[in-house]
Design a protein around this ligand. Structure first.
Ligand SMILES: [Zn+2]
Length: 717
C-alpha cells in the first residue's frame, strides 16, 4: 500500500518575525546585516548525545565561530518513519546556538533521503546509465524527477518551516547539499522529453538539432527519445549535451521548489546551496542567478603545492558568479579529507594561506566541514575544527587563533572588477570532454588552468565569465578552451572586438555550435576573417615510440590497450619566434597543432617539426578598435607566459611587478600578500603601509617569509 502525501507546495501565509539583525521585509537588508565575516562550520548534533551539544557550542564561541550549518543530513532524525515528526531536537539546537550568539545556516535535509523512502517508493532512487538502481545507506541516491521524492521533500521542508522559520538563530537557509545527481530512469526519460519539446518545439526541430540522419537515429515519436543510457559505441553528441543541460535544469527545479517554499514562509532570510567549484555535474552559471548568496565547497589537494592556484581560480569563479551578492566559502577542510585514495594532511600554515586567499578574493564567509569530527560513518577520517583528539591539539589551537584573527579584520569592501576575464561556459566544457573528439588530451579545464596560472603569477586579477555575461570594464578576454560557441556569442564577441576588446583564443576554438554541429568554413569559425587566417585542419600530435616499460603483448590490440596508452609519450614540437615575435623565447608545444593559412595576421611564432611544420602557431590581428589572437597549440609555460604577457600589454592591462610564489590581491583598501613558496620574498608596495595582522609598518617594500600572510592598509600621510 503506497500512501501519497498531499502536495504541500502551496504558500501557507504564515507571518514570521524577521530574524534578529535583519531589518525585515527586504531580502537585501538581511544580507547587509552580517558580521564582517561569517566564520563557521557544519555541525551535526544528531550524531552526538545531548550532553556534548553545549560543550560544542561553547567551544565554537571560543574559536570565533558565528555561524553553524545544521540539519544537512538529518532527514531520518527529523522523520524516522513517514509523517512521524521529530523536530523538537532541532529547535533545541537552534535555541542553544541563539543562547550563545551563534547564528544558524539551516539546511533542508533532502540530499540524503532515509531508507524508508527507498523501501516504500523504490522509484525515488536514481538509476545509472547501466540500469542499476542505486541503494540507500550512502547519500545523494535520489532521482531528481521522482514525483514522490519531490512530495516527500516538500513535506519535510514544510515541517522544518513550521517549527524553525522565524527562529532568531536562523541567518541563512541552505537547500540540500552539493547538487549533482544524474539519473537515467523512466521518469527522467519522460522529463527529458518534456524539456526537449520546450527547447525544440517539434520532432523536426529535434531531429535537425541532433543530426539524427547519422546512424539511422531519426526520431518519429517522442517516446523514441531516451537518455544516453549504456550503448555499444559512441553516443549522439547532441543527445549527450542536451542530457547534461536537462540534468542540470532538473536539479535546479528541485532547488527552486524548496527555495520558493522557504520564501513563501520566510521572505527575508537569504537562501543558498553549496557549489563545488569547477564541477561538471550542473551548470552553476544558470544556477547562480537563482541564489541569494553563492556558496562554495573547496578542497584543494594539500599534496599539490600548486593547488593554491586552482583554489584561487575557484574563488574567482565564485566571485564572478556571485556578482554584487558576493560569495561564501561554505566548506573546506582543516586538514585531511577522506575521499581521495591517499589523503595528505594540510599544514596549519597552508590552511591559513588558503583562508586568506579566499578572503582576498571576495569571500564574505569562511566555513569548514565540519565542527566536530564524526565518530561514525564514512567521514570519520575527515578532519574537523574540533578533532577526535580533543581541544588540546595543534590544529584546534590554530583554528581558534585563526578565528580570532579573522574576526579582527575591518570591513573588507568589495574586490574590484577585473580587467581580464577567462571565458568559461559549462556547455563548452561538456562538449570539450566528449569521447568522439580529435583528442582526449586537450582537456578544457586543464587549458583554463594553464592560462589562468599566467595571470595568477603576474598578479593580475581575473574574472571567470560566461558568454552571456556583460563585458563592461574587461580589456582582455581569454578563451583558452572555447570549443562550443553559440551563434549569438560569436556575433556579440565580434562586435565587442570591433569596439575595442582584446580576445585571445586557445586551440580548437569555435569548432561546434550549441547543438555540437561542426561549424562549416575555415576556423576559428566566426573569427577567421578578423584574425586574417584560414584554419583548415586540426592536427593532434602523434605519440613518440611506446615507452619500453610498457608491454603491448599484454593486450590483444596494443592500440587500444589502456596500459600501452598510458605509457605512450606525447611528442613535442619546437615553437620558434618570428621577426614579429622577436623577444619571445623559443619553446615547445605538445598535444595539438593546427594547419592554418595566413592571409593577413601577424605571426609571432611558428611550428618547427611535426605535422604543421613551418605553419603559424601564435598569431594576432588588429580588428576594428580591438584585437583578436590565437594560440593554436599547447605551448610550454614559459612561452605561454610570454605570449599572454604581450597580450596583457597590448590590451593596456595594469600589471603589478611580479614576485614569484607571492599572491597579491587588492580588496577594498587592503592589499593581501600571501607567500605560497618556501623562499623569503620582498614585494614592492609603494608608500607607507601597516600589516593589520602583525602591526608591522613598511615603506615601499614588504618582506615575507615562507607561508607568511600580510594584510596591508595604507597609512595616512
Ligand atoms: Zn530518475
Amino acid at each position: 500500500m503506497v500512501a501519497t502525501p498531499a502536495p504541500l507546495l502551496a504558500p501557507i501565509g504564515l507571518t514570521v518575525a524577521p530574524a534578529a539583525g535583519c531589518a525585515g521585509g527586504v531580502r537585501e537588508r538581511c544580507v547587509v546585516a552580517e558580521p564582517t565575516l561569517w566564520i563557521g562550520a557544519d555541525w551535526n548534533p544528531e550524531q552526538w548525545p545531548r550532553d556534548v551539544w553545549r560543550t560544542d557550542v561553547e567551544l565554537m564561541v571560543r574559536a570565533g565561530v558565528n555561524l553553524a550549518t545544521v540539519g544537512v543530513f538529518s532527514w531520518s532524525s527529523l522523520e524516522p518513519r513517514p509523517d512521524e515528526w521529530r523536530i523538537d531536537w532541532l529547535v533545541d539546537v537552534l535555541d542553544l546556538l541563539h543562547e550563545h550568539g551563534v547564528r544558524a545556516d539551516l539546511a533542508t535535509p533532502t540530499a540524503s533521503p532515509p531508507p524508508w523512502l527507498a523501501r516504500l517508493w523504490p522509484e525515488t532512487s536514481a538509476v545509472t546509465a547501466e540500469g542499476v538502481r542505486l541503494s540507500p545507506f550512502s547519500r545523494n541516491h535520489f532521482c531528481p524527477t521522482s514525483a514522490v521524492y519531490r512530495e516527500r521533500c516538500a513535506a519535510v521542508v514544510q515541517a522544518l518551516l513550521d517549527r524553525c522559520a522565524g527562529h532568531p538563530a536562523v541567518a541563512l537557509w541552505h537547500v540540500g547539499n552539493e547538487f549533482g545527481q544524474t539519473c537515467f530512469c523512466d521518469s527522467c526519460a519522460a522529463a527529458f522529453r518534456v524539456w526537449l519539446r520546450e527547447r525544440y518545439g517539434d520532432l523536426d526541430g529535434l531531429n535537425r538539432a541532433w543530426g539524427t540522419a547519422v546512424w539511422s537515429q531519426g526520431v518519429g515519436d517522442w517516446d523514441d527519445v531516451l537518455p544516453p543510457r549504456a550503448a555499444p559505441y559512441l553516443h549522439n553528441p547532441a543527445q549527450l549535451l542536451d542530457f547534461r543541460r536537462f540534468a542540470s535544469d532538473a536539479q535546479l527545479e528541485l532547488f527552486r521548489a524548496q527555495r520558493d517554499q522557504i520564501r513563501s514562509v520566510d521572505a527575508t532570510t537569504p537562501v543558498t546551496t553549496n557549489f563545488m567549484g569547477f564541477f561538471a555535474g550542473v551548470d552553476y552559471r544558470r544556477w547562480a542567478r537563482e541564489l541569494d548568496l553563492v556558496s562554495d565547497d573547496s578542497y584543494p589537494d594539500p599534496s599539490r603545492a600548486d593547488a593554491v592556484v586552482d583554489s584561487a581560480m575557484s574563488s574567482d569563479l565564485m566571485r564572478s558568479l556571485g556578482g554584487d551578492r558576493g560569495w561564501m566559502l561554505m566548506e573546506q577542510a582543516a586538514s585531511t579529507v577522506n575521499f581521495r585514495p591517499h589523503n595528505a594532511a594540510k599544514s596549519p600554515a597552508r590552511l591559513r594561506r588558503e583562508v586568506f586567499q579566499a578572503v582576498a578574493r571576495g569571500a564574505r564567509g569562511l566555513c569548514w566541514f565540519q565542527w566536530h569530527q564524526a565518530a561514525q560513518g564514512p567521514e570519520r577520517f575527515h578532519s574537523a575544527l574540533l578533532p577526535a583528539a580533543g581541544t588540546d591539539t595543534r590544529h584546534h589551537r590554530m583554528v581558534a587563533a585563526l578565528g580570532t584573527e579573522l574576526a579582527g579584520l575591518p570591513d573588507l569592501g568589495e574586490v574590484p572588477r577585473a580587467e581580464v576575464a577567462l571565458l568559461f561556459d559549462w556547455p563548452s566544457w561538456w562538449a570539450g570532454t566528449q569521447r568522439d573528439l580529435p583528442s582526449d588530451r586537450l582537456d578544457p579545464l586543464a587549458q583554463l588552468r594553464r592560462w589562468y596560472r599566467v595571470c595568477w603569477q603576474r598578479g593580475v586579477l581575473t574574472d571567470v565569465l560566461g558568454s552571456g555575461d556583460a563585458l563592461d570594464g574587461v580589456r582582455l578576454l581569454l578563451a583558452p578552451s572555447a570549443v562550443l560557441l553559440d551563434d549569438a556569442t560569436v556575433a556579440r564577441l565580434r562586435a565587442w572586438v570591433r569596439d575595442g576588446g582584446h580576445l585571445w583564443f586557445g586551440p580548437f576554438a569555435s569548432a561546434v555550435d550549441e547543438t555540437t554541429r561542426l561549424r562549416q568554413g575555415p576556423f576559428p569559425s566566426g573569427f577567421a576573417d578578423l584574425l586574417g587566417v584560414r584554419g583548415e585542419e586540426w592536427h593532434p600530435l602523434p605519440d613518440d615510440q611506446l615507452d619500453p616499460d610498457a608491454d603491448p603483448s599484454r593486450s590483444a590490440d596494443p592500440d587500444r590497450s589502456a596500459l600501452s596508452l598510458s605509457k605512450r609519450r606525447q611528442s613535442t614540437v619546437a615553437l620558434v619566434p618570428t621577426d614579429l615575435g622577436a623577444g619571445l623565447p623559443r619553446g615547445r608545444a605538445d598535444i595539438w597543432a593546427e594547419w592554418l593559412e595566413v592571409d593577413s595576421a601577424d605571426v609571432w611564432a611558428r611550428f618547427q617539426g611535426g605535422p604543421a611544420d613551418g605553419g603559424p602557431a601564435v598569431l594576432t590581428s588588429a580588428a576594428g578598435a580591438g584585437r583578436v589572437g590565437l594560440v593554436s597549440t599547447v605551448p610550454d609555460a614559459a612561452l605561454l607566459d610570454a605570449v599572454l604577457g604581450r597580450a596583457l600589454d597590448l590590451a593596456r592591462v595594469a600589471v603589478p611587478p611580479a614576485v614569484p610564489d607571492v599572491e597579491r590581491v587588492v580588496r577594498g583598501g587592503l592589499t593581501f600578500l600571501i607567500n605560497h613558496g618556501q623562499e623569503v620574498r620582498t614585494v614592492p608596495v609603494p608608500g607607507a603601509t601597516t600589516d593589520l595582522l602583525s602591526g608591522t609598518r613598511y615603506r615601499d617594500a614588504v618582506e615575507l617569509h615562507a607561508d607568511e600572510v600580510r594584510v596591508l592598509t595604507k597609512e595616512e600621510v
